[in-house]
Design a protein around this ligand. Structure first.
Ligand code: R5P
Length: 302
């Protein structure tokens, strides 16, 4: 079998090392620096000739910078003899710009995908990609691609460390149902999503109002675990918490795959009354209690 190594860009060097350890694949270090004018310097400090190289690079907190660095790394690896490059992108930037929503707008996800392929990536592996309008990752890439989920590991952390009473798992919107279902299975709990419901059949403004509510479950007195793929500004979670509090829930916990956490998101969620917010290290953050390394290592080994 062809020899494999793992390496990591600036966003994910520690994570790459953890993935190497978890998968028992040798780690190769990169010398990554910047010249005084801001241009990048890249050197591979190991032998990659004829090997499959797993390049770990998450695309936050400087998505454009990390993307360019990824392109330089991969092109260089191919030039110096790597036989294959597997791009491991735990957090995939630009996934939310997955279409042209207004005339003249860039379909940025398509551009990023094209560039990742054209630079010489042979395979792509990512975690809980924000695929809401595109059916599957294989519709995006021409090269082999895998989208794996870390939600079972997040839910296992909750099961092992927190004692939820009569728990229910809630997706803050219909798009999050896929993750709510997976977390619920791990916790052996019920799940539901919040959705807009017309609270009266009357059409006038006052009574024809729409409210956000759990689709079916009664949540009064229960501990609730909200699950979403990304927490960015925290707005979605805070809005969901408002609805859940009105439904009379007891304690609220939150799990997320990708803690982007901009605009004081964490503060807003804790101020809204969350007991604990748990994320992964797909993006290093103060809530990165769960590592994506075991999930990725399992996928590489397969
Ligand atoms: C939306 O479709 C995503 O699944 C997340 O709910 C969203 O990106 C979260 O963003 P924010 O934290 O800014 O509300």
């Amino acid at each position: 079998m062809e020899e494999e190594v793992v390496t990591g860009g600036s966003s994910a060097q520690v994570l790459a090392l953890r993935i190497a350890k978890e998968s028992s694949i040798p780690f190769i270090k990169l010398d990554l620096r910047k010249f005084p004018d801001g241009e990048r310097y890249i050197r591979v400090l190991g032998d990659v000739d004829g090997k499959t190289v797993n390049v770990v690079q998450s695309m936050y907190q400087q998505p454009d910078d990390y993307l360019l660095e990824y392109f330089l790394i991969v092109d260089n690896l191919k030039d110096i003899g790597a036989s294959k490059v597997r791009g491991i992108v735990p957090y995939f930037a630009y996934a939310r710009q997955d279409g042209r929503f207004n005339p003249g707008e860039a379909f940025s996800l398509k551009t990023v995908v094209n560039l990742i392929e054209s630079v010489g990536t042979d395979e792509v592996l990512t975690i809980d990609l924000h695929l809401h309008r595109i059916e599957s990752i294989s519709r995006l890439f021409k090269i082999p691609s895998k989208n794996i989920t870390v939600v079972p590991d997040l839910a296992r952390y909750v099961r092992q460390n927190l004692k939820l009473k009569n728990p229910a798992v809630i997706g803050p919107d219909e798009e999050a149902e896929q993750w709510a279902k997976v977390a619920a299975e791990e916790l052996d709990a019920e799940y539901d999503v919040l959705e807009k419901q017309r609270v009266s059949s009357r059409e006038d403004e006052k009574y024809g109002k729409v409210e956000i509510k759990p689709r079916t479950l009664s949540l009064k007195g229960r501990d609730v675990l909200i699950v979403d793929d990304i927490i960015s500004t925290g707005g979605t979670i805070v809005k969901a918490m408002d609805v859940l509090k009105k439904s009379g829930v007891s304690k609220i916990y939150v799990i997320t795959c990708h803690p982007v956490l901009v605009e004081n998101a964490l503060m807003k969620i804790y101020e809204a009354g969350a007991e604990m917010v748990i994320g992964t290290d797909s993006i290093p953050s103060p809530i990165s209690y769960v590592s994506v390394a075991p999930t990725i290592a399992r996928a590489i080994r397969r």
